[in-house]
Design a protein around this ligand. Structure first.
Ligand SMILES: C=CC1=C(C)c2cc3[nH]c(cc4nc(cc5[nH]c(cc1n2)c(C)c5CCC(=O)O)C(CCC(=O)O)=C4C)c(C)c3C=C
Ligand SMILES: [Fe+2]
Ligand SMILES: [Fe+2]
Length: 341
């Protein structure tokens, strides 16, 4: 007989009690802040057709012929500025969040997987199955849905599920951009930060960008970001002159969502804003894009253009507010599952 295509639990008893599992999924991060470690990470990430919607053969030539020769060294330099003794901030922060959620949800097995790199979605689900997980709730750590982020997690889940001999029951949180508990958690964390550090003249909310073309084709991401910002601004009592939304991290030449964060901070400085606060509500945990791109690069752009201080307000990370709001979100999505009743 040929080896089986499907992964199962051959030889294991199915008598163990069925468990519920919660799988948190974040983007993933390189293994080290070096060009050698960046190359396979970027090849997997930028090779994902959800991330780069381009004719495959043309993109393959550009990616392998140009991008992967230049970008790994440049990105490694940026990662080196935020890497800690414990590793990549995205990995450390995601693991801490998963541990805190596990404490809040003793009735479930909470695990963390990465969309790119390790631990993979597939290996993590296989491990959960070995532990008896028969009902699985997947929470991508992206509050706003985009095909490039959440959609890609769904692709990886679909690929995994088609390999499993006996897949678990599955639920997926598509987004939580307007979840009242999440908005409240964001608002409290900003208020607490202001209480401790004082308040800037304006609050900029910077979201990761995506190509405008994807939104034109139906991706709801821009609308989700605007809704998060509008609800957060209303909860904080800010008027439209005090609250600004922008989009960061553009890659390549085609237009991405606008206004761009780097242009916006320079424009605000040139208009006379001296103290600018920036928060990034699209990132569940701090990472390269917040700690380096906002708190270092954009801070420097702001001061070079005449501003005095740009202060980055940290992501929710493993704060009590985030853990409570995500635990409530998970319980709501798991309604009807006996493990959660
Ligand atoms: C080029 C296309 C990219 C799209 C589209 C994109 C969308 C997108 N990304 C995030 C979240 C994160 N991105 C991060 C890093 C990162 N993003 C891109 C490119 C695209 N992202 C690259 C090439 C990189 C790597 C760093 C670099 O070379 O600049 C990160 C941080 C990862 C870390 O290790 O800290 C996050 C998080 C979202 C939410 C999103 C769509 C909404
Ligand atoms: Fe990104
Ligand atoms: Fe970036």
């Amino acid at each position: 007989m040929p080896p089986s295509h499907y992964t199962g639990l051959a030889g294991q008893s199915h008598d163990q009690p069925a468990k519920a599992g919660v799988l948190l999924v974040n983007l993933g991060t390189p293994e080290a802040p070096t060009a050698a470690a960046l190359r396979p990470y970027l090849a997997e990430f930028l090779g994902d057709p959800r991330v780069i919607e381009y004719p495959r053969w043309l993109w393959w030539l550009i990616l392998h012929g140009v991008i992967l020769r230049i970008r790994p060294a440049r990105s490694a330099h940026a990662y080196a500025r935020v890497w800690t003794a414990a590793g990549s901030p995205l990995r450390v922060g995601s693991e801490q969040l998963a541990q805190a959620l596990q404490q809040q949800l003793p009735e479930a097995r909470v695990a963390l997987a990465m969309r790119y790199g390790r631990p993979s979605i597939r290996s993590t689900i296989e491990q959960m199955q070995r532990e008896g997980v028969r009902r699985l709730l997947v929470l991508p750590l992206y509050p706003q849905y985009s095909g490039t982020s959440t959609g890609s997690v769904i692709d990886a889940l679909a690929d995994t599920f088609r390999q499993l001999r006996w897949p678990p029951e599955l639920r997926i949180v598509n987004d939580y951009h307007d979840d009242p508990g999440h908005i409240e958690a964001l608002a409290r964390s900003i208020e607490q930060w202001w209480a401790a550090h004082g308040r800037g003249e304006k609050l900029l909310l910077s979201f990761h960008g995506i190509p405008q073309r994807y939104v034109d084709a139906g991706d709801p991401y821009f609308r989700h970001c605007q809704t998060t910002a509008q609800k957060l601004g209303a909860r904080l009592g800010l008027d439209p002159t005090q609250l600004i939304v922008s989009f960061q991290s553009r890659v390549g030449r085609e237009p991405w969502l606008q206004p761009y964060t780097d242009i916006t901070v320079q424009q605000l400085a040139s208009e006379g804003v001296k103290r600018l606060d920036v928060a990034c509500p699209g990132f569940a945990v701090d990472c390269l894009e917040t700690l380096e791109e906002i708190a270092m690069q954009n801070r420097d752009f702001f001061t070079a253009a005449g501003g005095e201080t740009l202060r980055y307000i940290p992501a929710l990370n493993d704060s009590a507010e985030q853990v409570a709001s995500l635990a409530a979100l998970i319980r709501r999505h798991a309604q009807g599952w006996p493990e959660f009743s």
